[in-house]
Design a protein around this ligand. Sequence first.
Ligand code: SAH
Length: 346
Amino acid sequence: MNKVNLMNLDQKQMEEFLLNIGEQPYRGRQICQWVLQKGVKNFSDMTNLSKQLRQKLAGLAELGGVEILAKQESREGNTVKYLFGYPDGQAVESVLMLHSYGSTACVSTQVGCRMGCRFCASTLGGMVRDLSSGEIYDQVLAIQKDTGKRVSHIVLMGSGEPLDNYDNSIKFIKNITAPYGLNISARHITLSTCGIVPGIKKLARENFPITLAVSLHAPNNKLRDHLMPVNKKYPLEELIPACREYADFTGRRITFEYSLIRDVNDREKYAEQLGNLLKGLLCHVNLIPVNPVKERDFHRSSWKNILRFKKLLEKYGINSTIRKEMGSDIDAACGQLRRKVILNSK
Ligand code: SAH
């Protein structure tokens, strides 16, 4: 019989699990604290349980966990990139960014990615597998353990498409914001999607006060089809109304991500098209100088063009910020470290 990974359960399921093995449900609540709050990885550390129960649990269940396979710190010391390995030999990246207001963990939701965005390193080797909610959670626990600091903010912006792994991503958010979990404020969580329309509609109804970020990168279908194949399935005439619906339904401002690629999507006409596309939508645009990926022939826009783009958006009443770059010296673009470590060792 396969052991149950307790990291994947919420409190209610933990109570049910205990009931099913002939124990009291309140034990489930105690175990939840050990597992999701304190992050213990040995049943023997669960000191408020009898030795008998700890042994019984060790026979039936496991506690997940990741191993640090590689770690790189940026020169300024404010960004740390991790390559985490799972027991089945798969690995994903996570990034920790230290800010004056706290620290943000950028977590991966899948090993690889099936979305095929042209500028992204995570998708180069295709999709390998989904991560379970507990496997995503373990990235945060491991970062906290390694740094000794509390993670206050989370972005689901590592490798993978969270809305292509919907149930596990949602369960991760539920558990990490729960009082029985790390109790991280949902307002400090951002989920980023390449634009899976049914997922956006479903997410609106979850009633989470999280921020939705949508990776747009192009203001018309022709260019977006080219940069992001997902646009062929969910074109802008479906994506933008879904975003409007999300903003109306939740009352929350959407962030649009727009990575500026020299001579590809940074021309004046594209800023104007973007201005028209987003007019009247409760939103904010995050302009990101593209991170060049070795396997791709994309270059970052000039500073002059980035500022021109921002100014043009302002004419349409659209606020934007230029993302502060952190960690470009440590392969911080999605999927770069995994490729470097894993492929070089093959
Ligand atoms: N699948 C999700 C989340 C993962 S990617 C999504 O597409 O949103 C997180 C963000 O990084 C996305 O906006 C993605 O488009 C962007 N990104 C990927 N590769 C990049 C690169 N080389 N330079 C700049 N941004 C990149």
